[in-house]
Design a protein around this ligand. Structure first.
Ligand code: NAD
Ligand code: WQD
Length: 359
């Protein structure tokens, strides 16, 4: 089986995808600067997949290289070393990037640098080493406030924050690259909706630094009493219960979607695939709270507060194209999302235990 480069593989979605890809027989090299993660996540990935984690220049089924996607020299060396060892990198799954919407408003240059310039550096290294297969982490955020729901891929790209603009810019760059060499590039832009939940073992999951920005990790932290209560951002939205509706996708379904996208890319002629990865089912904030209470047996204290600027009332994917092109669709319910998220949070109330596992 081919060796794949997984940028940002220690992060939330990357770590779960690594487990799925290792189980599917792929050998992996993870490149991560640990700016929003820690090596312990990869130690647990290795444990779940039954493989050894090797750092630095070592080889093996799961190899870790600490580095920055903006570092052209390190990228070139990584591709060259893999080829010299007779294990050329045949494809890249590119998760590395910054993802906090509010932070992107405060520090747009950093977002453009990491997300756009970092991807440019990665693509240049891929091109010069003859690696032309890429799965890119795009986002439903580039639909902004959608005019139609469920949202098809043909909906206008109209981001409303710098983070969304960086994702749109990378998609544009990928189309331009493919147009310049259409016989070479096999690219999937996967537009994720709201990834949540955890591996059912509870060994890996989402471990945000500081106060979580997103509903699900915040809810999990309220459930283990790390935070006193949840603020529900607005109770007067034009939805049946007055709270916003989102398309929550289990992170293991999302991980399976990456494997399916990769397999489709390598089995078909070169192309750019642009696909929503979502369930097609909407859940309101109150529905998520109640499903979590059901799964955990805990009461979640909450108050309804002001609307959050920039929120849309309803975003739900039209997932038809992913089903047609990848034969992939979500398998896991909101109840399973809450069950697995709760197993993770209970077992890891403070996130990964960095001190205990650093040794
Ligand atoms: P994450 O922060 O958990 O993972 C990103 C990983 O990239 C981290 O391990 C981080 O240390 C690493 N990283 C960041 N900058 C880097 C750099 N310059 N060089 C090398 N590594 C770097 O985030 P995630 O939730 O796993 O998201 C993965 C990708 O999916 C991101 O590109 C994100 O924009 C995108 N995405 C996420 C969501 C979501 O809600 N989680 C939704 C849509 C799209
Ligand atoms: C979900 C709902 C909030 C927190 C974000 C990014 C998007 C993508 C996925 C990366 C909304 C409400 C939230 C809280 C609340 N990420 N909420 N109380 O905004 O749909 O999408 O993550 O690409 O770009 O914007 O997700 O989890 O922040 O919010 O009531 O404490 O929960 O108002 O209705 P969102 P979210």
């Amino acid at each position: 089986m081919a060796r794949l480069l997984i940028t940002g593989g220690a992060g939330f979605i990357g770590s779960h995808t690594c487990v799925v890809l290792l189980d599917a027989g792929h050998d992996l090299t993870v490149l991560d600067d640990f700016s929003n993660s820690a090596p312990v996540a990869l130690q647990r990935v290795a444990e779940l997949a039954g493989v050894q984690l090797r750092s630095g220049s070592g080889s093996g089924r799961l190899q870790l290289i600490e580095g920055d996607i903006r570092d052209d020299g390190a990228l070139n060396q990584l591709f060259a070393t893999a080829s010299a060892k007779g294990e050329p990198l045949s494809g890249v799954i590119h998760f590395a990037g910054l993802k906090a919407v509010g932070e992107s408003v405060q520090d747009p240059l950093r977002y453009w640098d990491v997300n756009v310039n970092g991807t440019r550096a990665l693509l240049a290294a891929m091109e010069s080493h003859g690696c032309h297969t890429l799965v890119f982490s795009s986002s439903a955020t580039l639909y902004g406030s959608p005019n139609q729901v469920p949202i098809p891929e043909s909906a206008p790209v109209q981001p409303i924050n710098p983070y969304g603009h960086t994702k749109a810019a990378v998609e544009r760059m990928l189309h331009d690259l493919s147009a310049a060499a259409p016989d070479h590039w096999r690219i999937a832009c996967l537009r994720y909706f709201n990834p949540v939940g955890a591996h059912p073992s509870g060994r890996i999951g989402e471990a945000p630094n500081g106060i979580p920005n997103n509903l699900f990790p915040y809810l999990c932290q309220v459930a283990v009493q790390r935070r006193p209560e949840l603020s529900v951002f607005g109770g007067d939205w034009p939805t049946p219960d007055g709270t916003c509706i989102r398309d929550y996708i289990h992170v293991m379904d999302l991980a399976d979607g990456h494997r399916a996208a990769l397999e489709t890319l390598v089995s078909e002629p070169p192309q750019v695939l642009t696909l929503n990865l979502g369930s097609g089912q909407g859940a309101s904030v109150l529905e998520v709270i109640h499903a979590f209470e059901e799964a955990s047996g805990r009461t979640i204290p909450f108050t309804i507060s002001e609307r959050r600027p920039g929120d849309a009332a309803v975003t739900v994917a039209d997932p038809t194209a992913a089903w047609q092109r990848l034969s992939w669709r979500t398998q896991r319910s909101l109840a399973e999302i809450c069950r697995d998220g709760w197993i993770w949070q209970q077992g890891n109330p403070e996130g990964y235990d960095l001190d205990a596992e650093a040794a």
